[in-house]
Design a protein around this ligand. Structure first.
Ligand SMILES: NC(=O)c1ccc[n+]([C@@H]2O[C@H](COP(=O)([O-])OP(=O)(O)OC[C@H]3O[C@@H](n4cnc5c(N)ncnc54)[C@H](O)[C@@H]3O)[C@@H](O)[C@H]2O)c1
Length: 347
């Protein structure tokens, strides 16, 4: 093994420069050595930040894999461009860290898992919301029996006003979906992570596009808004009578943004924001506010990337295996299918 893992990026837009590059740069065991970007400006900005020489900027990721002898590839392209470079990087013998949503369909995720299995390399999906200090504490509370058996959860990421004017989110050709793919996936993943990833059975969902195209709501050129929804709401059934209610919006006439994950169990409950643990003790309902004192000082992305590097160097499980992302993706597929068909669907 080399002293430092050689890391290459595919895509150095908003999230790569905002989170991934700074996270990799603070790790002593890794070095960003090459970048592939189809937008020369984004490539130059990414290279400057990552201290990558111009000679190692590519516009073709296959060529970068051929030339650079990489150990790890970090895929930060728009959703529709997650699966192709991930599979190509695994085929080139690299470990891969790929942004959320892992892909645009369960079939794509299965191809990614098959490529991972064939390559014997590691594949990890970004789900940074699991790695806040509060989420780590909540997971410990649930895993140690703090809420008993979880049976219902509410996962909401409802923006009153927040149609993205940045990235490729509102261009369906690139994003493949709306708020469900963008932000719903974060709270759905965190909910399933807390509940131990139960097996999904069916989804009943609806989507709406009512107000996002109004000039007063849209922050940008309406011609670019090609996503068929601004709000998605779903009810998901799992094995063993477990259910989850999910809502995700970019535009909603609500009293403000309403973001939360609440998991309810036989012995207690947990709510993420504000972080509260609920217990019944001495005949009383107690709402406890834990003191969460982070020991690493890393944000979600940095903590997850650090754990991914540990898994590469020391062995063991990646922090977010694609098998879990496949469960999430099956539910997202089910939400759009159910909304289209107007009926409950099996997932
Ligand atoms: N985890 C989070 O909190 C979070 C936040 C924002 C975005 N994201 C995810 O990150 C991904 C990227 O989002 P973004 O906001 O950075 O988008 P972005 O548009 O700012 O960046 C994507 C970059 O990929 C480049 N690109 C496209 N095709 C390419 C190719 N074939 N080869 C090389 N580069 C290519 C584009 O030129 C662009 O610079 C999305 O999947 C999004 O869902 C995650």
């Amino acid at each position: 093994m080399r002293d430092k893992l050689r890391v290459g990026f595919v895509g150095t837009g908003g999230i790569a420069r905002g989170q991934h590059i700074p996270a990799w740069m603070q790790l002593p065991d890794a070095e960003i050595v090459a970048i592939s970007e189809i937008d020369p400006k984004a490539g130059a900005l990414g290279a400057e930040m990552a201290k990558v020489d111009k000679a190692h900027i590519y516009d073709d990721y296959e060529k970068m894999f051929e030339d650079e002898d990489l150990d790890v590839v970090d895929v930060c392209t728009a959703n529709c461009m997650h699966m192709p470079p991930t599979v190509a990087a695994l085929e080139a013998g690299c470990h891969v860290f790929v942004e959320k949503p892992v892909a645009t369909s369960a079939d794509e995720v299965r191809k990614m898992i098959a490529a991972r299995d064939k390559s014997q390399k590691l594949l990890c999906v970004t789900q940074n919301m699991r790695y806040s200090d509060e989420a780590i504490a909540a997971k410990r509370f649930v895993d140690e029996g703090g809420i008993g058996d979880p049976y219902w959860a509410k996962a909401e990421y409802l923006r009153a006003r927040g149609v993205p004017a940045w990235g490729a989110f509102s261009d369906v050709e690139k994003s493949a979906g709306g708020p469900c793919y963008d932000i719903g996936v974060h709270v759905l993943d965190l909910t399933l992570h807390l509940m131990g990833f139960p097996e999904p059975v069916s989804v009943s969902a609806n989507t709406w596009l009512e107000i996002a195209n109004k000039p007063s709501v849209m922050a940008h050129d309406p011609k670019k808004y090609t996503v068929p929804e601004e709000l998605a709401v779903g009810f998901i059934r799992f094995e063993n009578d477990i259910c989850v209610s999910l809502g995700a919006s970019w535009a909603l006439n609500a009293t403000g943004n309403q973001n939360n994950v609440s998991v309810f169990g036989t012995e207690g409950g947990v709510q993420m924001w504000p972080f509260t643990l609920v217990k019944e003790e001495h005949g009383m309902m107690l709402n406890c506010t834990p003191q969460v004192i982070g020991d690493k000082g890393l944000g979600g992305h940095a903590e997850e990337i650090s754990q991914f590097v540990d898994a590469i160097i020391r062995g063991g499980m990646v922090p977010v295996p694609p098998e879990q992302a496949l469960i999430t993706q099956r539910i997202l597929d089910g939400i759009y299918k159910s909304a289209e068909e107007g009926t409950e669907v099996k997932v």
